[in-house]
Design a protein around this ligand. Structure first.
Ligand code: FES
Length: 156
């Protein structure tokens, strides 16, 4: 179910397609990711074809066409972060979590994804976890963050 304000916006919009990203985000919020059924739902709401919605969904970094973990870790791999060691941050995360970039841990807790510059170059190397920025990172800080999230999960 979409937020009422968004439903109203769609109903009043001459070009609902312009709301595609907002609608996809809202639908993703509900299901955790954009399954084929969710893409069909978005298409119906926006008066678009599922293919058009799919093309947009695969273009946007924060829209997921596959299931993701509870914590989605986006590792900036653009030039400033790269110069400040993002490669070793990414490699360490892969080793620590036992997955490759683009994968989700077996317990469904973490997904690792690369991302282009997230606009926090002054905090490089930077990552986002569920869109919250962390940086400048060191391996020790990263361990603290990841271990903290694991502990939170275990306490639930
Ligand atoms: S290059 Fe990483 S935040 Fe800009």
């Amino acid at each position: 179910m979409l937020p009422i304000a968004l439903e109203k916006e769609i109903a009043e919009s001459e070009h609902p397609k312009e709301l595609a990203v907002d609608v996809m985000m809202a639908v993703q919020e509900q299901y955790g990711y954009l399954s084929d059924a969710a893409v069909d739902e978005c298409a119906g709401l926006l008066g678009m074809s599922p293919l058009e919605v799919d093309e947009l969904a695969t273009f946007y970094t924060f829209l997921y066409r596959e299931p993701v973990g509870k914590y989605v870790v986006h590792i900036c791999d653009s030039v400033i972060c790269w110069m400040d060691g993002s490669e070793s941050i990414g490699e360490h995360l892969c080793r620590k979590l036992g997955i490759e970039m683009g994968q989700t841990t077996a317990d469904g807790l973490f997904t690792l994804l690369p991302v282009c510059c997230i606009g926090y170059c002054d905090r490089s190397p930077a990552i986002l976890i569920n869109k919250k920025v962390y940086g400048p990172l060191t391996i020790a800080k990263l361990d603290e963050i990841i271990d903290g999230l694991k502990a939170e999960k275990n306490a639930e």
